[in-house]
Design a protein around this ligand. Structure first.
Ligand code: NAD
Ligand code: UDP
Length: 335
């Protein structure tokens, strides 16, 4: 167990991580095991993979269970991190009804499990609850601007409903909840075919393919390295009182075009930029106000974009090589 400063203290707990074989989930499981806890990762492997946690299987305190959270589950646990949900716009729009059901029913089942065992739950919410925001940067008090009937609504409204479930269980005294509003997070173990911007750009650059910039690339995001996010989640979970939704992310804001240029620089790729249509309801700007996390949790992102991208590129190089794909550098040399 860790205190609000992230130091190991006290007893070891049994912790359930739904979506534990996903990108963020696998890093979280790793961290919780390192803190001395027993960890159960529950996953249907729809966007995650057992390979993400293969290195954790050596631990006698780690269990991986295949389960779809849209059906109920029950484990005697002290904590639940509820992460089960596709997170990439491309993936969550493939089967939008399922995305809504996963977020609403999955969160309900996680809360019911927490209630039965007196456990505390942390909900992995998202900056998408702010939609395409008119208020910039986004503080937790902003109610957002979500198109409720658009292509992203399955995720945005699913996550908003999940937040309301957490708050209502809390207000009714049924389960103690925490809500982490996670802003764009990246790092090793994002799926190669995930479709999100960081993984797309890195994979395209390493393969010598065109870098697909949607729209003009002037839209902004603020990218947080996964280790910083995991630290924030653990601090939020272990904070003694529920403090309402808390933004977790890195406020350093860049345009998508700047991100593409940084990836090209760091990979040494000569891939060309290819401009593609902007997807429906794509937020024009996004940057978290993290004063609540700073003040209440002592949270501070440590990893700068360049440093995090470098580590992520290294991991993608290794993943592509393991998949039998040599890096295509001939494009770079030919130009
Ligand atoms: P991810 O797709 O890598 O991980 C999600 C995991 O949930 C996968 O392992 C997937 O197989 C699993 N899953 C999906 N539906 C399930 C179901 N019905 N039953 C059981 N498991 C299921 O994505 P991620 O980036 O690791 O995201 C983790 C969580 O954090 C998600 O809830 C996401 O909405 C949230 N989040 C992530 C980001 C980010 O930038 N990474 C930003 C905001 C919010
Ligand atoms: N994007 C892009 N090229 C890609 C993938 C994404 O230009 O290959 C853009 C996308 O339109 C958005 C931003 O990058 O403006 C972040 O997209 P992502 O899918 O990573 O997550 P979002 O923040 O939109 O949920």
């Amino acid at each position: 167990m860790v205190d609000a400063n992230g130091r190991s203290v006290g007893r070891s707990m049994r912790i359930l991580v739904t979506g534990g074989a996903g990108f963020v989930g696998s890093h979280l499981c790793e961290r919780l095991l390192a803190d001395g806890h027993e960890v159960i990762a529950l996953d249907d492997f729809s966007t995650g993979s057992p390979a993400n946690v293969a290195h954790l299987m050596r631990s006698s305190r780690f269990y991986l269970v295949e389960h779809d959270v849209t059906t109920p589950f029950d484990y005697e646990i002290d904590r639940i991190y509820n992460l089960a949900s596709p997170a990439s716009p491309a993936r969550y729009q493939e089967d939008p009804v399922r995305t809504t059901v996963t977020n609403v029913m999955g969160t309900l089942h996680a809360l019911e499990c927490a209630e039965r065992h007196g456990a505390r739950l942390l909900q992995a919410s998202t900056s998408e609850v702010y939609g395409d925001p008119e208020v910039h940067p986004q503080p937790e008090g902003y109610f957002g601007r979500v198109n409720p009937v658009g292509a992203r609504a399955c995720y945005d409204e699913g996550k908003r409903c999940a937040e309301s479930l957490v708050m209502d269980f809390h207000r009714q005294g049924r389960a103690s909840g925490r809500i982490a509003r996670i802003f764009n997070t990246y790092g090793p173990r994002m799926a190669i075919d995930d479709g999100r911007v960081v993984s797309n750009f890195i994979v395209q650059a390493l393969r010598g393919e065109e870098i697909t910039v949607y729209g003009s690339g002037s839209q902004t995001r603020s990218f947080c390295y996964v280790d910083d996010l995991v630290e924030g989640c653990v601090r939020l979970m272990e904070h003694p009182v529920a403090v309402g939704p808390v933004n977790l992310g890195n406020p350093a804001e860049v345009t998508v075009l700047e991100l593409a240029q940084e990836v090209l620089r760091l990979t040494g790729s000569a891939s060309r930029l290819a401009f593609r249509p902007l997807p429906e309801d794509d937020p024009k700007q996004r940057r978290p106000v993290i004063e609540t996390a700073r003040r209440v949790l002592g949270f501070e992102p440590r990893v700068a974009l360049r440093q995090g991208l470098y580590a992520t590129i290294q991991s993608f190089r290794a993943a592509l090589a393991a998949a039998g794909e040599g890096e295509r550098r001939e494009t770079a040399m030919a130009s």
